[in-house]
Design a protein around this ligand. Structure first.
Ligand SMILES: [Zn+2]
Length: 191
């Protein structure tokens, strides 16, 4: 395998570190952040233990193969940490397939409280859906029925298994350019 020379814009001095997400797309650990060096990440790809979620532009070459270095991978097998999927922006959009629950648009996604907050609606798996900003604006502070809008599916609390199945629908690089996004996306909405 060729030995690529670290470029100055590598994310850290570790040169092409790869963020390791659990099968539920949570970083495997935060403190310290779960990172592998690129060699371990490439090895895990070849051993078919991970899905490549995002890649660097940098390509590693040898006479027999070439591949972009992975910047984010997710484990194929969930490492149990004894919890349900976290209620995060990322997981919520993933549950809803990155589509507005009212019109199926994938543009300018926001969160909508199905039962508005002013009517006692809570910020929870069962009351928050992905909605495009147009639909969100149209709905305003009303219930879907009050606004004459139809939900194409009801919000629910997903299992790890359901989120993993959703994750497989999205090819590498569909979601994010950089693993830094994951850290942002992973902020919990509300406990
Ligand atoms: Zn919409």
């Amino acid at each position: 395998m060729a030995n690529p020379i670290a470029e100055p814009d590598a994310v850290t001095s570790g040169a092409y570190p790869c963020l390791i997400l659990n099968a539920d797309f949570q970083p495997l650990s935060y403190y310290p952040l779960s990172l592998w060096n690129w060699q371990d990440a490439v090895k895990a790809v070849f051993l078919d233990r991970v899905n490549v979620v995002s890649e660097y532009d940098h390509i590693v070459r040898s006479p027999n193969f070439h591949m972009p270095l992975p910047s984010v991978v997710s484990l194929k097998d969930f490492v149990s940490q004894g919890r349900d999927p976290a209620f995060t922006r990322f997981n919520l959009f993933l549950r809803d397939g990155f589509e507005c629950v009212y019109c199926a648009s994938g543009q300018e996604l926001t969160f909508d409280h199905v039962l508005p907050r002013r009517l006692g609606g809570r910020t929870s798996w069962k009351n928050i859906v992905a909605a495009c900003s147009r639909c969100n604006l149209k709905k305003g502070g009303r219930t879907p029925r009050g606004a004459g809008m139809t939900m194409q599916r009801k919000p629910f609390r997903p299992t790890m298994h359901q989120l993993q199945a959703q994750g497989r629908r999205f090819p590498p690089n569909y979601l994010h350019k950089s693993w830094l996004d994951y850290l942002y996306w992973d902020v919990e909405l509300e406990r």
